[in-house]
Design a binder for this molecule. Structure first.
Ligand code: UDP
Length: 321
């Protein structure tokens, strides 16, 4: 099979590229290298089963040609990371709404199955014990930039879902929760590579807010297995799936776990949300996925633990340095 991965030079997209090539499939990557990195796909450049197309999902003609030449599309290209979204809202909205619309239009035009990657930000401030796919979204004002990201991804989801319902396009929607691992970079806000990098340098670990906010971190290797299982499944079509870990930890707890595991003497410092992001920034106090749906369909559950994640991220940062 020939797959198009939009955003295939990015953190998750490049791991997906590795996995598809390893199982003998062909991969075309479409990436504008805005947050993706050439380094992530460099190992495949000479592989006849691999093709890299440099460009944006906002370039209609390029997306048209790319989708036409493949069997299946994995749509990962997006503006991600809270810092990027808050810093460049217009560009982020265009990529996440119009870009996704173009990808879906072309998938419909050529009848290509498409997997769309959404986000746990969809649930907003809903702090239920376990977030299930049909749970309500609780959002602040769209004028708070963080929530506009959630809105944009929700529009992407409903576009994808409507193509399935009204036009019969085979579509699978995946909501990724805090996915981390090698190749993720800290510039756009992601906490694990930031803390690991700070710990390795002996720099202060920057805990935002009071550090009681809780997250579950899923290793990218587990997330990629989930994406492959879902895109291969006929039964997954027309459905949305949470993908994430339920090993929960507070951000203050993460800071000490990282320093302990890496033997770092970094201090932990508290930074206010206003200083870290923007005035009036609202964080999610807690976010834990219910992954029963994917577990029932595929038997999927994460195999790797937080300590594996920290070890792999540290190894990656050391190798890149
Ligand atoms: N965070 C932090 N220090 C940092 C970066 C992030 O304390 O240097 C916090 C952030 O405020 C959030 C959590 O870590 O509460 C996870 O942040 P991330 O951006 O990785 O993912 P989110 O869950 O916010 O999408």
């Amino acid at each position: 099979m020939r797959y198009l991965i939009t955003g295939g030079a990015g953190f998750i997209g490049s791991h997906l590229t590795d996995a598809l090539l390893a199982r003998g499939d062909q991969v075309m990557v479409l990436d504008d290298l805005s947050t993706g990195r050439h380094d992530n796909i460099r190992a495949h450049l000479a592989d006849p089963n691999f093709e890299f197309v440099m460009g944006s999902i906002l370039n209609e003609a390029l997306v048209d040609d790319s989708v036409r030449r493949v069997d299946v599309v994995l749509h990962l290209a997006a503006a991600v990371g809270v810092e990027l979204i808050v810093g460049r809202p217009l560009e982020s909205l265009a990529t996440n709404i119009r870009g996704s619309e173009i990808v879906l239009e072309k998938c419909h035009k050529y009848g290509r199955k498409v997997l769309v990657t959404s986000t746990s930000e969809i649930y907003g401030k809903n702090e239920s014990d376990l977030l299930s796919e049909d749970d309500d979204r609780i959002l602040g004002s769209p004028l708070k930039t963080r929530w506009s990201y959630s809105e944009a991804k929700a529009i992407e989801e409903v576009l994808a879902y409507s193509y399935w319902r009204e036009k019969g396009l085979p579509v699978v929607i995946v909501r990724l929760f805090n996915t981390v691992g090698p190749r993720q970079v800290g510039h756009y806000g992601m906490v694990v590579p930031r803390f690991v990098e700070q710990a390795l340098k002996g720099a202060p670990i920057t805990v935002y807010g009071d550090g009681t906010q809780r997250r579950c971190f899923c290793h990218v290797t587990d997330a990629v297995q989930a994406l492959l299982g879902l895109v291969d499944s006929r039964e997954a079509e027309g459905q949305v799936f949470n993908v994430g870990s339920n090993e929960e930890i507070s951000i203050a707890g993460l800071a000490t776990t990282v320093t302990d595991q890496l033997g770092s003497d970094s201090d932990v410092v508290k930074v206010t949300y206003d200083d870290a992001y923007e005035e009036g920034f609202e964080d999610m106090p807690r976010r834990v996925p219910n992954t029963a749906r994917i577990n029932e369909l595929l038997g999927w559950s994460p195999q790797l633990r937080l300590r594996n994640i920290i070890a792999d991220v540290a190894e990656d940062i050391r190798t890149r340095a």
